[in-house]
Design a protein around this ligand. Structure first.
Ligand code: ZN
Length: 227
């Protein structure tokens, strides 16, 4: 245990705190992993954080599990407490990357106060933006082989013979017949919930990165934006 544990924390000068925003299908998970590795900081998603509390059998975890069992939504208060517990852990002293939190402006305000309390810098918000048409194309061009489960993408990874699995030669299928509508609805819901958050952060450390390229190109664009 560090002797600093009970005194006000002094984060190392190189401490970096990031928030990652972006629509479903923008490749956030991949970029979160790469950034975490690049900066040697943990990438923390809300889901993992909650599951860790549940696994550890803490009071927070038991409360969260109880809410989730009944299909309820976790309150800001509960999610904030779980974030407080996670960010106070030793591996976050050099910084962290959050994915999926904050989701609301009150959560963003809680996070700002928590970071000030921990002596950590305010977050840099990385917004990975991808045009709706491209998100639809990426998601709805997916096909799978019902026999071997191989995944194809008509634009980025097409089968050698149109419509047929390369190894089984059976007809490829699409998982969701209403894919385009499903994706549009999901994006509309995402935009409604994220717009206030983007507005909240836009006057501060906020960087928007074009996420339309390959994972490598997007990662390079992020590093360039940070430089
Ligand atoms: Zn196959």
């Amino acid at each position: 245990m560090s002797s600093l544990a009970s005194t006000p924390a002094h984060a190392p000068a190189t401490t970096r705190t990031f928030l990652l925003l972006g629509p479903p299908g923008c490749g956030k998970g991949t970029q979160a992993e790469r950034l975490a590795k690049h900066f040697g900081i943990p990438a923390i998603s809300t889901g993992e954080m909650i599951r860790a509390e549940v696994r550890a059998g803490t009071e927070l975890g038991r409360t969260a599990a109880g809410v989730m069992v009944t299909g309820g939504l976790l309150s800001d208060e509960l999610v904030n407490q779980i974030v407080r517990s996670r960010l106070g852990k030793e591996d976050c002293r050099g910084g962290f990357l959050l994915d999926g939190y904050p989701r609301t402006v009150p959560q963003a305000e809680y996070l700002a106060a928590l970071l000030a309390e921990l002596g950590m810098p305010q977050p840099l918000v990385l917004h990975i933006d991808v045009p709706e048409a491209l998100l639809i194309e990426r998601t709805c061009n997916r096909r799978y082989c019902p026999q071997c489960g191989a995944i194809y993408n008509l634009s980025t990874h097409p089968p050698k013979k149109a419509g047929l699995c390369d190894s089984c030669h059976v007809e490829l299928k699409q998982r969701d017949d209403d894919c385009e509508e499903t994706v549009r609805n999901r994006l509309a819901a995402y935009q409604r919930s994220t717009a206030p958050l983007i507005e909240h952060y836009s006057g501060r450390s906020y960087v928007r990165v074009d996420g339309s390229g390959s994972p490598d190109e997007v990662f390079q664009a992020i590093l360039a934006a940070l430089a």
